[in-house]
Design a binder for this molecule. Structure first.
Ligand SMILES: CC(C)(COP(=O)(O)OP(=O)(O)OC[C@H]1O[C@@H](n2cnc3c(N)ncnc32)[C@H](O)[C@@H]1OP(=O)(O)O)[C@@H](O)C(=O)NCCC(=O)NCCS
Length: 169
């Protein structure tokens, strides 16, 4: 399988925050943002693998900034690294200022998707070649995050998490 670039999976979803999608403070409800991020990440994983993809884990979500009712929100998702059947998807969330139109980073998240066949069994995905500095940084750190996610899920013994151990030793 030929390696792909992260830019080939780039997925951009722009939408407004409507009544019914907010919490009692009139800011975007966290679960609604998670759903938008999951949808964008799923499309990015599909673009990279050209397979059915399922969410395996949500590894990191930071709700750094509230997003008020009426805001224009852009969710950008891109595969940051692929392994055998799994892919790390990095998601950046931007909010557009109504008057100036400038974008401010509101949140970010990291999801893991797995490509599967028609029966739900994991299948191999193409390798990925990062190009920009940001893509290279995200690629380099992805193995550490994968090991952390597997350890927390009870699927890897801490002593096998070589990349994580290297951080502390
Ligand atoms: C995700 C799923 C396919 C993994 O199946 P599995 O039996 O654990 O398969 P494997 O152990 O072979 O793991 C497959 C890949 O997922 C990765 N993986 C599994 N759990 C993971 C986790 N918690 N974090 C990171 N990666 C994980 C494995 O490391 C492996 O990656 P690799 O092939 O790139 O090395 C399976 O658990 C599943 O179908 N889950 C339900 C998915 C779903 O319905 N999501 C929507 C929720 S509503």
């Amino acid at each position: 399988m030929q390696a792909k670039f992260p830019s080939e999976s780039l997925t951009i979803l722009t939408d407004m925050v409507l009544p019914g999608e907010t919490n009692p403070l009139n800011n975007l409800f966290g679960g609604e943002l998670l759903a938008r991020m999951d949808r964008a990440a799923s499309i990015a994983a599909r673009r990279h693998s050209r397979r059915i993809t399922v969410t395996a884990s949500v590894n990191h979500v930071a709700f750094n900034r509230a997003i008020p009712l009426g805001s224009v929100v852009t969710v950008e998702a891109k595969v940051s690294r692929s392994f055998k059947s799994s892919m790390e998807i990095y998601i950046d969330v931007w909010v557009e200022d109504r008057e100036s139109g400038t974008r401010a980073k509101a949140n970010e998240a990291i999801y893991t998707f797995v490509a599967v066949d028609d029966t739900g069994r994991p299948v191999e995905v193409p390798a990925i070649t990062p190009q920009t500095n940001e893509e290279k940084e995200r690629y380099d750190a992805a193995l550490r995050r994968k090991q952390l996610s597997l350890v927390l899920a009870g699927k890897m013994k801490p002593e096998e998490a070589t990349e994580l151990k290297a951080l502390f030793i």
